[in-house]
Structures are given as C-alpha cells and as structure tokens.
Design a protein around this ligand. Structure first.
Ligand SMILES: NC(=O)c1ccc[n+]([C@@H]2O[C@H](COP(=O)([O-])OP(=O)(O)OC[C@H]3O[C@@H](n4cnc5c(N)ncnc54)[C@H](OP(=O)(O)O)[C@@H]3O)[C@@H](O)[C@H]2O)c1
Length: 259
C-alpha cells in the first residue's frame, strides 16, 4: 500500500479548517502528509491545527480571504518559502450567493466567481509555476460539485462556477501533463457540513436527499478525504483531468421508481 502513502509530502488545503476541507486534511495527514491550512477565521484554524497535530504531522495555518485574488500569489510564495515547497494543492474554499437569477446583483455574481473560480485558477498557476521552476511533479485536487454536471434552482453563479471548475480541471491537466502535474477534481454529493446545514436541518429536504441518493444517506467529510488521498498519492499518477464524483450514486439515477 506504499503507493497510497504521502510521507514527506506537504499539502496545502484551502478551507481546511472545517467541513469537507477538514475531512480531506485529516485523511491526508493520516496518510503521512504535513499540512498548510488556509481559511479566514483564526480561531477555527487554531482548533483545526490542534486536532490535526495529534496525528504527529506538522501543520501551518494562514488566516486569509480567498475571495480577493490580488494577494493569492504572494500568499503562495510565502507558504512555499516557509515550508520548502508544496507538493499537493487542494482548492476547496468555496461559497455561494443564492436567489432567483433575475434578483442577483453583479456583486453576488462576482463574489462567487472570484472565490470559486478565479482564486482556484490563481492558486493553481502559482503552484504550477513553482513546481515547473524547480523541476518537480505535483498533484492538484479541485473541488467540483454535482452542479458541475446538473443544476438546482436559485444558484446560477454557483452552477456556473462549478461547471467552470470541471472544464478548468481538464484544461490544466492537459497543459501540465508534460510537467508531471496531475490535475483532478472531486465532486461531492450532498455532504453534511455548515454550508449545507439549512438543507439537512430541513425535514423535507433531508428526506428528499436520502430518497434520491442510492446509498440513502448524506455524505460525510471523511468520504471525500479517502478520495483525496488516492488523487494525491502515487497510486493515481496516470489519472488526470478526471472528475471523481463522491455522491453515493446520486448522479447516476433519476431516483427510485416510487416515492
Ligand atoms: N457540503 C456539500 O454538500 C458540498 C457539495 C458540493 C460541493 N461542495 C464544495 O465543497 C467546498 C467546501 O464546502 P463545505 O461544505 O465544507 O463548506 P464549509 O463547511 O462552509 O467550509 C468552508 C471552508 O472554506 C473556508 N472559506 C470559506 N470562504 C472562504 C474565503 N473567502 N477565504 C478563505 N477560506 C474560506 C471556511 O473557513 P472560514 O469561514 O473561516 O473562511 C471553511 O474552512 C466548497 O467548495 C463547496 O462548494 C460542498
């Protein structure tokens, strides 16, 4: 199982302080990677570092808002300098502004595109430039969504941004294969986190998710962590440009034949 180990690797996880990002960070640490976590809230970052340090791994934290792209390259340069180089990049920080499309503002649109897409591209670029300059391989994992393939109402900027992540993942995979940089994405199904709390606390929505999902449950952050270890490890060296949906089978079905 050595091909699934990440010893002596350093992984940068944006939004790694809670939810899916924390689930991914935990699994990467258990597989042997040291971690750099980026999120806004310092207290949550401190708590995450304390929990992850229990695995025996080194953990750096950076309090930083990923929704403004100007300083992202500087942040990456600082992280690369502090750690000696990042081997694995997980672009997980994301968010949304919901509402009927005709009511959204230009600022709503720009916020979601900046955070979910532009920040991802900018960080991928900073990572790849550093790897190429130093002649080193690398692994990028972007976080897509079921909305990379299909949509729900009142979430147009999010759907556009996650559809964009699917195509960006493929484009970067093709550009950077010659530099041995793998670029893949994970598409989570419905996962219980703070982001989706209003949904899983809503009785009728909760019933709809368990009805619609062949595995009849919500996903957990650790479900994503296991997939991330595979995409970060040598085991997946020939896998690139792939979107791995971790959704309990949801995307494959119209739903059960009765309700
Ligand atoms: N949960 C789901 O069912 C689901 C399904 C499909 C896709 N996803 C995607 O998975 C990713 C994580 O979602 P989640 O459910 O784990 O959300 P979450 O529980 O709300 O966690 C989001 C993480 O990102 C950080 N973050 C948010 N905005 C940020 C910003 N502007 N700058 C830096 N860090 C920021 C948060 O920390 P701070 O708030 O302290 O910054 C936190 O660490 C997102 O890309 C989301 O679109 C989630």
């Amino acid at each position: 199982m050595n091909k699934f180990r990440l010893d002596n690797k350093i992984a940068l996880v944006t939004g790694g302080s809670k939810g899916i990002g924390f689930g991914i960070a935990t699994a990467l640490a258990e597989a042997g990677a040291d971690l750099v976590l980026v999120a806004r809230d310092k207290k949550t970052l401190d708590e995450a570092r304390e929990m992850l340090s229990a695995t025996g791994r080194r953990v750096w934290i950076h309090s930083f808002d990923m929704s403004g792209s100007e300083k992202i390259s500087d942040l990456f340069a600082e992280i690369a300098n502090d750690t000696g180089g990042v081997d694995i990049l997980v672009n997980n920080a994301g968010g949304t502004r919901r509402g009927p499309a005709e009511t959204l503002t230009a600022e709503d649109w720009q916020f979601v595109i900046n955070l979910n897409m532009t920040a991802t591209f900018t960080l991928c670029q900073a990572f790849a430039r550093e790897r190429i300059k130093n002649g080193k391989s690398g692994k990028i994992i972007n976080i897509a969504s079921l909305m990379s393939e299909t949509v729900r109402e009142d979430n147009a900027p999010y759907a556009a941004s996650k559809g964009g992540i699917r195509q960006l993942t493929k484009a970067l995979a093709v550009d950077w294969a010659k530099h041995a940089i793998n670029v893949n994405a994970i598409g989570p199904g419905f996962i219980q986190t703070d982001l989706t709390k209003p949904l899983w606390k809503d009785d009728s929505f909760n019933k709809w998710v368990t009805w619609k999902t062949p595995w009849a449950r919500w996903g957990k952050p650790e479900d994503l962590g296991n997939a991330a270890v595979y995409l970060a490890a040598p085991a997946s060296d020939f896998v690139t440009g792939h979107i791995l949906y971790v959704d309990g089978g949801l995307l494959s079905t119209f739903g059960p034949s009765s309700w």
